[in-house]
Design a protein around this ligand. Sequence first.
Ligand SMILES: NC(=O)c1ccc[n+]([C@@H]2O[C@H](COP(=O)([O-])OP(=O)(O)OC[C@H]3O[C@@H](n4cnc5c(N)ncnc54)[C@H](OP(=O)(O)O)[C@@H]3O)[C@@H](O)[C@H]2O)c1
Length: 219
Amino acid sequence: MKVILFGATGMVGQGVLRECLLDAGVESVLAVGRRPGGQQHAKLREILHDDFFDFAAIESQLAGYDACFFCLGVSSLGMDEARYRRLTYDITMAAATMLAKLNPQMVFIYVTGQGTDSTERGRLMWARVKGKTENDLLKLPFKAAYMFRPAGIKPLHGIRSMTAWVQTIYVVAAPLLSLLNRVAPNYMTTTEQVGRAMIRVAQDGYPKPILESEDINRL
Ligand SMILES: NC(=O)c1ccc[n+]([C@@H]2O[C@H](COP(=O)([O-])OP(=O)(O)OC[C@H]3O[C@@H](n4cnc5c(N)ncnc54)[C@H](OP(=O)(O)O)[C@@H]3O)[C@@H](O)[C@H]2O)c1
């Protein structure tokens, strides 16, 4: 399986990249980012790209892939809806529309979050925007698209969040998260479980397009 990975420098993306590089079923990974991830590996190639609203300049390099793991995302904290929508919906749809055109046999997997609002009309701004993004991704002509909605994700293997407040929470609340993991295992997942589940779903499919933590942990 040939994989394109977005967000490889982030917490979730680093975890997914690790599992892809370890998995014999993944032949190669193309990481598309705006800065180098700093890893060297025989299976890994990086494209550095400036404009995540327009991928025309690298279009010729995005064909011939079996799966896209889209782990790029931002926190909505302190953002108004227009800006969050621009960085969430517009970036994701610009990449996905291009990939669907070039790779009709591709499986596209998007990381959203627990509580995403499929009605697009709820009270929470981030949940509406993610809901709209999910809904429109599911309409694109991919072989299949899956929406991963993890709740808490514990970073493993030395992985850190690029979002300072998220990293602080994971460090300060580590004992609480470990406890939560034991008492509510379906609420928490790990970067390793997310990466493993993405590879499994891309290879074998899944009975439903939206996967919650429980589904991710089961895979
Ligand atoms: N962390 C969690 O516990 C958690 C839980 C549930 C869902 N999620 C979701 O998972 C996704 C990833 O979260 P994360 O924790 O991995 O975030 P993160 O550590 O902050 O990483 C974000 C990634 O997205 C890239 N990115 C952000 N804005 C970009 C832009 N304008 N242009 C290009 N690249 C951009 C970053 O690239 P740079 O390195 O260049 O900034 C980085 O690779 C998000 O959608 C988040 O909502 C996370």
